[in-house]
Ligand binder design. Structure first.
Ligand code: SR1
Ligand code: MG
Length: 428
């Protein structure tokens, strides 16, 4: 890591070229003369600048945090320190889940700038899902990523002292947590200037969300869990826009929302985004039933992601528990082993219930809050889009309010399948 000299400044193409030219390792990766490097800004996320730089020999990806939310503009300032937390999280994830995050090549704290390997020909998974692509490596890779990063940063694997050091290292990332607390757990359920939805079709549904006190209790309980349960180091924004894929590789990117929180928030993010891809699919078909095979794969993937994650997490707990939680001395002998195993199963049931609730929250925010996703947004016909969204919301509402009726992941996928052709009542 390089400590930057001087003040932060936004690096546009010319300044970035000069900056990179001064870094021999990166110069060597790129090859050729700096003047010949092709630099393109490709950031399509909500927060940062992202440049792809290509030279005669190779390429790199450069990410620079802006001092404000890119999606909204300078009126919404945001600390540059998020680049530090992202770098810290990526470094930790690289140790815990090698090969599943991009290689880090350079970091400058003052410039809030990180250089990573260029992932090519990887694409953002969400874009692939909109096109109806299936990814055979995804389940194994994402379940390994989640099981290892969550288990090894939890009290099941760490001493109490190390765990608390971990919490402290990320505690300063509270501005990013606040975005989540507002945009996911609060704004969709009240009048908020930046909310939007597919109007007028979903006007009634939006009003119902604002009026439903039981739903407000359910989302507030999830919010409290998010704020007050530092179980493990989370990626913090693990949607399909934070995952890059090819047929044979998966890379998790963009952990700038990383902090110690409830594990179900990460797992729920993955499941919610798959479920949204499933419900959006009907809106992308050009002929009826054209994408059924894709939709079947998505639901199968939902099943396998939870089951694979749970199996890998439990295997790690059985084999690698070195943490201060569940002291070995309290579970001696056959009787102790059996009781501990029953407790592990109970732990996973609780984690699954959290996952279901957070998945619901993640879905509703993408339909009524500030930041939407292209799964739905690219459905051109607003009526069709609203129908897909209303189906997703119906499932999400049930998952949040009646979490106990979804004791297993199959209950979620069966419910999703039933809603595939459900015709919602729209407001127009
Ligand atoms: C203002 S930031 C909006 C969203 O973009 C990120 O990807 C997070 O999901 C955040 O909530
Ligand atoms: Mg992001």
């Amino acid at each position: 890591m390089t400590q930057g000299q001087g003040d932060y400044r936004i690096l546009q193409e010319a300044a970035l070229r000069d900056y990179l030219a001064g870094l021999p390792d990166l110069k060597a990766i790129l090859g050729g003369e700096p003047a010949s490097w092709a630099i393109t800004e490709v950031g399509d996320g909500n927060l940062n600048l992202v440049f792809i730089v290509k030279g005669a020999r190779g390429g790199i990806a450069v990410k620079q945090a802006l001092p404000y939310v890119r999606l909204v503009g300078e009126s919404w300032p945001l600390p540059l320190s998020r680049a530090h937390y992202e770098y810290l999280a990526l470094s930790r994830q690289a140790q815990l889940a090698p090969g599943l995050v991009p290689a880090l090549l350079h970091h400058n704290e003052t410039l809030a700038l990180t250089v990573m390997e260029l992932l090519e020909p990887h694409i953002i998974m969400r874009k692939g899902l909109v096109a109806g692509a299936q990814y055979p490596r995804f389940v194994d890779d994402i379940t390994t990523f989640m099981a290892r990063t969550l288990f090894f940063t939890s009290d099941l694997a760490l001493t109490a002292a190390d765990k608390k050091e971990g919490i402290a290292a990320f505690a300063g990332n509270h501005a990013l947590c606040k975005i989540t607390e507002d945009l996911i757990f609060t704004d969709p359920y009240r009048i908020a200037e930046q909310n939007r939805w597919t109007a007028p079709y979903l006007d009634g549904l939006a009003a119902a969300l604002r009026d439903d006190m039981e739903l407000h209790v359910a989302i507030s309980r999830l919010k409290l869990k998010f704020m007050a349960s530092p179980e493990a180091l989370l990626h913090g924004d693990l949607h399909t826009g934070s995952i890059m894929v090819t047929d044979s590789q998966t890379r998790v990117i963009d952990p700038e929302f990383a902090f110690y929180g409830p594990m179900g928030f990460d797992v729920g993010a993955v499941l919610a985004n798959l479920l949204m891809a499933y419900f959006a699919s009907a809106g992308h078909e050009r002929s009826p039933g054209e994408r059924r095979a894709f939709e079947g794969w998505v639901l199968d993937t939902v099943d396998k992601v939870w089951n694979g994650f749970a199996r890998k997490f439990l295997d790690l707990w059985r084999a690698e528990a070195a943490g201060d939680a569940y002291p070995v001395s309290l579970f001696a002998g056959e009787k102790g082993a059996a009781r501990l195993e029953a407790e592990r199963q109970a732990y996973m049931r609780r984690l699954f219930a959290d996952t279901v609730g957070f998945a619901a929250a993640k879905t509703i925010r993408r339909i009524f809050g500030l930041a939407h996703n292209i799964d739905f947004e690219l459905i051109e016909d607003p009526r069709k889009r609203a129908i897909s969204e209303a189906r997703a919301v119906r499932l999400a509402r049930a998952m949040m309010m009646e979490t106990g009726s979804f004791p297993a992941i199959a209950d979620v996928t069966i419910a999703a399948r039933k809603l595939r052709d459900w015709q919602p009542e729209l407001s127009n």
